[in-house]
Design a protein around this ligand. Structure first.
Ligand SMILES: C[S@@+](CC[C@H](N)C(=O)[O-])C[C@H]1O[C@@H](n2cnc3c(N)ncnc32)[C@H](O)[C@@H]1O
Length: 359
């Protein structure tokens, strides 16, 4: 054996593995943790542990391998998602609230949406060579994202945003609201719950509206209607006291400002909630920029940074354009209304809530 091969085997490498292994160890543990959580949901373990159960009864009923489930339950206990006493396992408060499928706050679609995202990330090598996977915009939202966004909103942002809007005197007196690109429609459902004299229309693609109707039925929201359409191509035929426009492709495009102005009653209120880039700002989050570029939309052509589309205004430009047609009443920063981030498309990041009154 020559000297250099001997050194390779007998001496420490001159550059330590430590920084690399720190990264890889985190990946290794976090990926396995996700798999355990996702599997526990898929197997219905959190539903079964709504009442205290032994390991044996759980495995017998759900037909599961006792050795692996024993350790999975021990790990879920470490994560404080499961409690154990006298060999009986049951959900912790957080699991009862967010991981049981019958809970109104169930986050199952959020976990599924993360999993769907990981499956796209697994194709990164292919995408980097062949380009983004083309996605039909209406199918992308109708798939699982809209349900994930609904569950994320219920987790915090929805009550915060509605809490801010319901304090506006114009909201208290409003009779009609248009929820443009309203998706799940939960904002409209909550706005009509906060104002008993309000009618809200959710406007979205025809196939998304089918899901909106399911949310309307679920919450028995009898003052929420749906309008199918594409707000870039189709007309909107009614006028409203309030137009609510939240997290929409095109939400930073100048041409929709005049269209919205036109559909508002005199002194009507325009509420826009979007993630803008400020003058001179480049990237908000590199991993989310990469995620943004894994798929391409057919409808609205994307730019390379997260949430950016061709033709978007920067925040300063947008506010100037809004001022031509509206009086800006407030610009509220994300910490006052945004939910918790999940490191995926859908995070509020540094979004702003703009409240403006028609001149
Ligand atoms: C990110 S979701 C936001 C949903 C909801 N407004 C919220 O804040 O949670 C974007 C919504 O806009 C809808 N959308 C996108 N482009 C649209 C268009 N051109 N016309 C109508 N709806 C559109 C999508 O179908 C989707 O429901």
């Amino acid at each position: 054996m020559d000297q250099s091969l001997k050194e390779l085997l007998l001496e420490q490498p001159s550059v330590s593995t430590e920084p690399l292994y720190n990264i890889l160890r985190n990946c290794s543990y976090e990926f396995k943790t996700f798999c355990i959580l996702n599997t526990a949901i898929e197997l219905g373990i959190f539903d079964y542990l709504a009442s205290p159960q032994t390991l044996e009864s759980l495995c017998e009923t759900l037909q599961l391998n006792t050795d692996i489930i024993r350790d999975m339950l021990a790990y879920l206990k470490e994560l404080e998602l499961v409690e154990e006493s006298n060999r009986l396992y049951k959900n912790s408060a957080i699991s009862r609230y967010y991981l049981q499928s019958n809970s109104p706050f169930s986050q199952h679609n959020v976990v599924k949406n993360l999993e769907n995202g990981f499956k796209i990330w697994e194709k990164l090598t292919e995408i980097v060579k062949a380009g983004p996977i083309p996605a039909k915009e209406n199918k992308f939202f109708a798939n699982n994202l809209i349900h994930s966004l609904a569950e994320e909103a219920l987790g915090g942002e929805l009550p915060k945003v509605v809490g801010i809007i319901k304090e506006l005197p114009e909201f208290v007196n409003a009779k009609s609201l248009l929820d443009l690109g309203g998706g799940h429609g939960l904002y409209s459902i909550a706005f009509t719950a906060a104002n008993s004299g309000l009618w809200a229309d959710v406007y979205d693609f025809p196939n998304v509206i089918e899901d909106t109707q399911k949310y309307i039925n679920k919450y028995r929201a009898d003052r929420v209607g749906t309008i199918p359409g594409n707000y870039f191509k189709d007309g909107i035929h009614k006028c409203y006291d309030i137009v609510f426009f939240s997290y929409n492709p095109g939400g930073k495009r100048p041409e929709l400002i005049a269209k919205i102005h036109d559909r508002l009653n005199p002194e009507g209120i325009f509420i826009s909630k979007h993630c803008f880039y400020r003058q001179g700002e480049d990237s908000k989050n590199l991993l989310l920029d990469i995620e943004w570029n894994l798929l391409s939309f057919e409808g609205a052509p994307k730019e390379s940074r997260i949430y950016s589309f061709y033709g978007d205004c920067r925040l300063e430009e947008y506010l100037e354009l809004v001022k031509n047609l509206f009086i800006i009443k407030d610009v509220i920063e994300a910490p006052a209304f945004a939910g918790q981030g999940l490191g995926k498309i859908g995070d509020a990041l540094d979004s702003v809530l703009i409240i403006a009154q028609k001149k």
